[in-house]
Design a protein around this ligand. Structure first.
Ligand SMILES: Nc1ncnc2c1ncn2[C@@H]1O[C@H](COP(=O)(O)OP(=O)(O)OP(=O)(O)O)[C@@H](O)[C@H]1O
Ligand SMILES: [Mg+2]
Length: 266
């Protein structure tokens, strides 16, 4: 079932179009600054992800990437434009673990909220700890975990939500290069086993080229879509594949071009 947020009164055909995926159409969003002035974060942004597709969003800091994910997850409403998606889970940029729960309870939270009995939910979450390099830390509190471990617990919680759409905000940003590579491979395998629609925000264009079916490049604030790059590259992929390297280069060029365009406007 698709849900819809809309800023105008007339009915929209978008929920049908979303069908397990995400449709963001001509969306703008501004915040109020401290003196009451409008601070535009996103301007006329359109992004689509078909069911089972992984779309990566890259763009400079402050260009509205987190705002975009929060809009898709219905934590915010657009000022104008349309958004429709299947039920979505958000992995926030800050890990939002609950300090009074141990790691397994945190990872199992979405299962518990969905009504699964405590022991079954803990079992399911705990069974995946080994694969994520967290074995032995099931009973640790978030304050006893490193930043990277906390990030992996938060990632597991999002995955276990069972939602059709996953919005991941810099999911591997706090990890060292080796662990990040392992997590990227793990995510790619998990999605092959159990496809989901994913909107992945990342600063890392190599990560985007490794994981995505399509890359959306945003300009500096207010974010506008400046390029969309198809990643028609067979899986499994490796960071050293010629096609992955070429896509990474194209994404870097698009980012540099949009930065230069901003400079020219300033
Ligand atoms: N609650 C808020 N109130 C006012 N301004 C906000 C608020 N949240 C975000 N902004 C502003 O909106 C813009 C976009 O913020 P957002 O967090 O979406 O960017 P981002 O692309 O996720 O940045 P980063 O890459 O640093 O995480 C920024 O300029 C930010 O200052
Ligand atoms: Mg952000």
């Amino acid at each position: 079932m698709a849900t819809e947020l809309q800023s105008r009164a007339q009915p929209s055909p978008l929920p049908a179009a979303a069908a397990g995926g995400i449709v963001v159409e001509n969306v703008s969003r501004a915040y109020r600054g401290s003196r009451g002035e409008a601070v535009p974060a996103l301007a006329d942004v359109s992004v689509r992800a078909a069911r089972g597709e992984l779309v990566a969003v890259v763009g400079p800091s402050g260009c509205g990437k987190t705002t975009l994910l929060e809009l898709v997850c219905r934590l915010q409403s657009p000022d104008s434009g349309w958004i429709a998606s299947a039920p979505a889970a958000l992995m926030a940029q800050r890990d939002m673990l609950l300090p009074w729960f141990d790691a397994v309870e945190n990872a199992a939270l979405a299962l518990r909220i969905a009504g699964h009995p405590r022991s079954r939910a803990r079992e399911r979450a705990s069974a995946l700890f080994g694969e994520l390099g967290l074995e032995g830390f099931q009973r640790a509190r978030p304050s006893e975990l490193s930043g990277g471990m906390r990030q992996r617990v938060a990632f597991l919680r999002t995955l276990l939500s069972g939602k059709e759409v996953l919005c991941l905000d810099e999911p591997f940003g706090a990890l060292d290069a080796i662990t990040r590579g392992e997590m990227q491979q793990w995510l790619a395998r998990a999605l092959q086993r159990e496809p989901r629609t994913v909107l992945l925000v990342t600063h890392d264009v190599e990560e985007a080229a490794l994981l995505a079916d399509r890359l959306v490049v945003l300009s500096g604030r207010p974010g506008r879509v400046t390029a969309e790059l198809e990643a028609d590259i067979p899986r499994p992929r490796s960071a050293t594949d010629a096609a992955v390297l070429a896509l990474r280069q194209r994404a870097l060029r698009s980012l540099a071009l949009s930065a230069r365009a901003e400079g020219a406007l300033a």
